[in-house]
Design a protein around this ligand. Structure first.
Ligand code: ATP
Ligand code: LTN
Length: 332
């Protein structure tokens, strides 16, 4: 039997996740969990690089874990854990810091964006974010890392750091490959359909959050910006609003774009908006209910976290041990 490849990914417990995150990240993980040996973490150490309210961070950490589970990520198949529960992340990050140059961190697009957005708090952690992400991935010798386009540069950095370490000492780290899924479509903002839907958007009507209730979801879709004309055809260039609604409906109702076009031939934008809203609500309602049920079961969540942290720490500990030996840290 072929050994399964190791896969690593994470989401930060900041803001509320949108249907974009669901389609672009979690729903893909679900499909990957049978074919890979998966590690999925809640990246709370990354989250504090932007100021967080402590009570909220605690709540969102557990909320994200409950969401992974509610979406069907199976803790029997995957290692689910919270990043700060495995000290090796911070320890390896420190070692890798000495192999990373300030200049290359200053050039990272996300760092420049976030530094501009949080000018009052351009802290060392924000700059070090990609090195911590490299440590996450390299600790588990991950071969495959599913991430969105926005993380491509960080993944490239992780590959460079791995090669640099392997070259300076001896082969130690697996050089990871990014998995940039083409399917699972990109979802755009409902109010500004030229822009990707994001957790931190300014207009809350543009993003549909996984925590939104049915009425809110339907209301947001009813208000979605559409285009001139009245035909329902998929043409992202000329009809970004309608095309985005078609994408959403096709993903959530599990129909092809062609099927959606046929279903709405001769119908109006209003009907498509309503259908999209209902399809999304039909998927999210049970998810939200399951997440709420799990959040009341602290004993179960803690047991998942405990076994996840133990398993993650074992794997990570093996890598860190090798690293410490190679760099000359005296061992007792
Ligand atoms: P923020 O607004 O806080 O930067 P974000 O909503 O852009 O966050 P990330 O945390 O950067 O989300 O991304 C988490 C994952 O969700 C990534 O794998 C990313 O590719 C995916 N993702 C985010 N937004 C979308 C979207 N609109 N469509 C598809 N996938 C998305
Ligand atoms: N930076 C990523 C989250 C993240 C991650 C990782 C993804 C933290 N560590 C390791 C893949 C592998 C994000 O914001 N999407």
């Amino acid at each position: 039997m072929d050994e399964k490849k190791t896969l690593y990914s994470a989401i930060q417990p900041t803001n509320n996740l949108t249907i974009g995150n669901y389609v672009g990240a979690i729903s893909n993980w679900l499909k990957l969990q049978d074919d890979y040996d998966c590690y999925f973490s809640v990246a709370n150490m990354h989250a504090i690089t932007v100021r967080q309210d402590p009570a909220e961070l605690r709540k969102k950490t557990l909320g994200l874990l409950a969401l992974y589970l509610a979406c069907g990520i199976d803790p029997q198949k995957c290692c689910l854990y919270v990043q700060s529960h495995v000290p090796a992340h911070a320890e390896l990050c420190w070692v890798l810091n000495s192999l990373t140059y300030v200049g290359e961190m200053e050039r990272m697009t996300q760092f420049k964006d976030k530094a501009a957005r949080h000018a009052e708090n351009v802290n060392m952690g924000l700059m070090d974010y990609p090195v911590l992400m490299a440590a996450d991935i390299l600790l588990y010798q991950a071969q495959v890392v599913p991430v969105g386009e926005d993380q491509r540069q960080h993944l490239e950095m992780a590959r460079d750091i791995a090669r640099r370490f392997n070259g300076a000492y001896s082969p130690t780290f697996t050089v990871p490959e990014g998995l940039f899924l083409k399917v699972g479509a990109k979802i755009n903002d409902l109010q500004d359909p030229q822009k990707k839907m994001s957790k931190s958007c300014e207009n809350p009507n543009g993003s549909v959050f996984l925590s939104d209730d049915r009425d809110t979801i339907i209301r947001k879709f009813k208000r979605a910006v559409t285009d001139s004309g009245s035909e329902i055809i998929y043409d992202p260039e000329n009809k970004p609003g309608v095309s985005n609604l078609i994408t959403v409906y096709s993903v959530f109702a599990k129909k092809s774009v062609k099927e959606v076009e046929a279903e709405f031939a001769g119908k109006g934008y209003g009907e498509l908006k309503l259908a999209a809203g209902e399809a999304v609500a039909d998927v999210l309602d049970p998810l939200r209910a399951e997440q709420a049920r799990l959040l009341k079961d602290a004993e179960y969540l803690n047991s998942v976290l405990k076994s996840g942290a133990e398993r993650a720490a074992r794997t990570a500990g093996r890598t860190l041990f090798k690293v410490y030996k190679k760099i000359g840290f005296y061992q007792i």
